[in-house]
Design a protein around this ligand. Structure first.
Ligand SMILES: [Mn+2]
Length: 471
């Protein structure tokens, strides 16, 4: 029998909530998974993509990864992986570097034997290029075979989040009979039997967004007479999801009361307010949660407040709305605003954003070469931006191509499609002290959200994630 530890979506280097502790959490989770692999003495660790959150991980994250992989190497447990959409680079991959160092093996169509099973890899491929795939693999040298892949695969991935990749198609088209398909990209763990093949997502190992409420973990996949998948939980950072439904006569006191019901020690406190009631200043609630021990606190006020109440305070209660407002002020063309919506929406899966934007931009430009022209200044609410027509176009195309400049300009200076995080930071700076500090961090430590963040990365789940942090 051969046992493989199947993990994915580690997102090393993600400084979630602008918190350096969160960044460490992601590495700690990776370490824990590999330590479990050692103590369980599995035959191999399989990583189904998105080791890194970012195409350009910082040196600290790289060193952390190398050191964690060494632990595994010292125990003679091989690390096999494919490349996910978050870390996909044009030419060489980080994974290639680890391979050169003897710490990892990149899986591909040639097949790699571990015990009784041959493992194959299929890196993330954007929807527009999937037609060309032939799913030809070298014949396996073992009775059992498994494919490791990254993407939104039906039937497990929800189709409402953009185009899915039909795993049944892959299984049927492939010249190899797979006993299991081990997946990454979808952050919720799941499994299904498709024909004779077990298909499973390992899920992320730390919560990358507020929508990831379930416990995190990984899979232990046994290849014997058949395939057996076991789920193993991971100890991760405590998240307190404080959902408050306010009645008409209630306000901040009720929110505090609900916050008090939770043990917030070193936790990430996510307070979601819905219903009726008085306006609430998020910063006040966040400070209260931090006083009660929370490491990070965020308030998301989902109430639709009366427009007459829409003063500054109320608008800042909804970071989404603040971002939208700022975008309106940029004097962008409607085409650029369309791109911005695609990037920002939760409705489109992380790995689909790039393709969706590319298709939209191509379509818009073929219909009207001036589609991305700025709205003349007098038509815009505020003409502060200096980005010219050409820049705006280049930015939009850059996003689609994954080659956008790594500028960290704020939303004021740039097309928002490349700039979700700054825009988010901007919006929240008005209400969150923590974010103001974080913004200062960014200018001081260019290696993080600022200089190093590839603009394209913001055209992916990061946007959604950073927004989800408030959702
Ligand atoms: Mn991921």
């Amino acid at each position: 029998m051969t046992t493989v530890l199947h993990t994915a979506d580690t997102h090393l280097g993600y400084r979630q909530y602008n918190s350096p502790e969160r960044r460490e959490d992601f590495l700690a989770a990776f370490r824990r998974v590999l330590e479990d692999a050692v103590s369980d003495d599995v035959d191999a660790v399989v990583h189904a993509g998105d080791v890194f959150h970012d195409r350009r991980p910082g040196l600290v994250d790289l060193l952390g990864t190398v050191s964690a992989l060494r632990t595994l190497d010292e125990a003679d447990i091989p690390f096999f992986a494919v490349v996910g959409n978050h870390e996909d680079k044009r030419e060489a991959q980080w994974l290639d570097l680890f391979e050169t160092m003897g710490l990892a093996t990149r899986l591909d169509e040639s097949g790699t034997v571990v015990g009784d099973v041959t493992l194959y890899g299929l890196d993330y491929v954007p929807p527009s290029q999937r037609e060309d795939l032939d799913y030809e693999f070298e014949p396996p040298e073992t009775e059992r075979a498994a494919l490791v892949a990254h993407g939104q695969f039906a039937p497990l991935a929800p189709s409402i989040r953009g185009p899915t990749w039909d795993v049944e198609d892959v299984i049927e088209s492939a010249n190899v009979e797979f006993d299991a398909v081990l997946l990454g990209d979808e952050h919720e763990a799941d499994r299904a039997e498709v024909g004779e093949t077990w298909v499973t997502y390992a899920g992320s190992t730390e919560r990358t967004s507020a929508s990831e409420r379930d416990a995190r973990g990984y899979n232990l996949v046994e290849f014997g007479e058949g395939v057996r998948i076991r789920r193993r939980g991971l100890e991760t950072r405590e998240f307190a999801f404080v959902d408050v439904e306010l009645r008409e006569d209630e306000g901040v006191e009720r929110v505090r009361e609900r916050v008090r019901e939770y043990d917030l020690s070193d936790a990430v406190a996510l307070v979601t307010i819905d219903g009726e009631g008085d306006p609430i200043t998020p910063a006040e609630v966040e400070e209260y949660a931090r006083e009660r021990g929370a490491m990070v606190a965020r308030v998301n006020d989902r109430r639709e407040l009366e427009s007459e109440d829409e003063d500054v305070e109320v608008r800042f209660a909804d970071p989404d709305e603040a971002v939208r407002e700022r975008v309106r002020e940029l004097g962008l063309s409607s085409a650029a605003r369309g791109v911005d919506r695609t990037v920002r929406t939760d409705a489109i899966a992380d790995s689909n954003v790039r393709d969706e934007v590319k298709r939209d931009v191509e379509e818009l430009l073929s219909e009207d070469p001036a589609a991305f022209d700025r709205v003349p200044e007098d038509e815009a609410e505020d003409g502060t931006g200096e980005t010219g027509v050409v820049d705006a176009k280049a930015d939009a195309e850059g996003v689609a191509d994954g080659e956008a400049a790594d500028d960290d300009t704020t939303a004021v200076d740039d097309a928002p499609a490349t700039d979700g995080e700054s825009a988010t930071g901007d919006a929240s700076a008005g209400s969150h002290e923590a974010d103001e500090t974080a913004a200062a961090d960014d200018s001081g430590d260019g290696s993080d959200a600022a200089a190093d963040a590839p603009a394209e990365e913001t055209a992916s789940q990061d946007d959604q994630a950073s927004m989800e942090e408030f959702l």
